[in-house]
Write a protein that binds this ligand. Structure first.
Ligand code: 1DX
Length: 183
C-alpha cells in the first residue's frame, strides 16, 4: 500500500500516545524504514506488522486498532492534501459511499500502483443501505467499520453499522448494513 497509509498510522499513534510509544511499536514490528514516503509503495506486510505490534504494545485488539484507524483516516486524508478531493465526493454519507469508486479511480490515475477496493451501495432507503466491500486485500474489514463511522462524524450523521456477510465465513465479499440519521 502507499506510504500514506503507514504515515497515517504513525501520526495517529504519535498524536494519541507520543513518539516513544511509536518507536516501541516500530521496533516490535521490525519495520526498518526511518520514515514513510506517502507516494511510494510499501508491502502490505509492513502495514499488517505495524497493526499487530501496535496491538501488543497498546493492549488493544488488532480489530480495535483498525477501527480506530479507519475513523482517523477520514479526517487525516481530509487535512493531508486530499481535502478538496473529499469535498468533491459528496455532502452526505450515502452520496460519499456511492462516489468512493470514482474517488479511487481519480487517485489511481496519478498513482497507478493503487489497488483500490470497490464499494457498492444497494437497497438504498431514506435511512439505510447495504454496503458491499470488495478488496484484493484481506484483513482490512474492521477498518471499513471505522471508515464509515468516520464519515458519520464528517457529515454530522449518526451511524450504526453491522456486518451481515463475511469473506471469513465463505461469502464472496463482505457486506454491511448501514443505518444512519443526519443531524
Ligand atoms: F469509507 O481494501 C472513506 O495503496 C471510506 O485495499 C473508504 O492501494 C474514505 F498518494 C493518495 C494516495 C497516494 C490518496 F498514492 C491514497 F499515496 C485514497 C485518500 C482514499 C483518501 C485504498 C489506501 C488503496 C491505499 C481499504 C482501506 C484498502 C477507502 C484504505 C480507504 C478515501 C484507501 O478513503 C483495501 C492502496 C489516497 C486516498 C481516500 C486506500 C490503497 C475509503 C476512504 N482505503 C493514496
Amino acid at each position: 500500500m502507499y506510504g500514506l497509509v503507514n504515515k497515517a498510522i504513525q501520526d495517529m499513534v504519535c498524536s494519541r500516545f507520543g513518539e516513544n510509544i511509536w518507536k516501541e511499536i516500530k521496533q516490535k514490528a521490525e519495520v526498518e524504514a526511518d520514515i514513510f514516503i506517502s507516494m511510494e509503495g510499501y508491502p502490505d506486510d509492513t502495514t499488517h506488522k505495524l497493526v499487530k505490534a501496535a496491538s501488543v504494545v497498546l493492549g488493544l485488539s488488532s480489530s480495535e486498532i483498525m477501527q480506530a484507524f479507519g475513523e482517523f483516516w477520514v479526517q487525516y486524508t481530509a487535512q493531508e492534501g486530499y481535502g478538496e478531493m473529499m469535498d468533491m465526493s459528496g455532502d452526505t454519507l450515502p452520496e460519499f459511499l456511492e462516489n468512493l469508486d470514482n474517488l479511487h479511480a481519480r487517485v489511481g490515475i496519478s498513482f497507478p500502483k493503487l489497488k483500490p477496493p470497490s464499494f457498492e451501495c444497494t437497497e438504498m432507503e431514506e435511512d439505510s443501505l447495504s454496503l458491499h466491500y470488495r478488496s484484493t486485500r484481506e484483513g482490512l474489514t474492521p477498518m471499513i467499520i471505522g471508515l464509515v463511522k468516520g464519515l458519520g462524524t464528517r457529515f454530522d450523521t449518526e451511524v450504526e453499522i453491522t456486518q451481515t456477510q463475511s469473506r471469513d465465513d465463505g461469502a464472496e465479499h463482505d457486506e454491511f448494513f448501514v443505518n444512519y440519521k443526519s443531524n
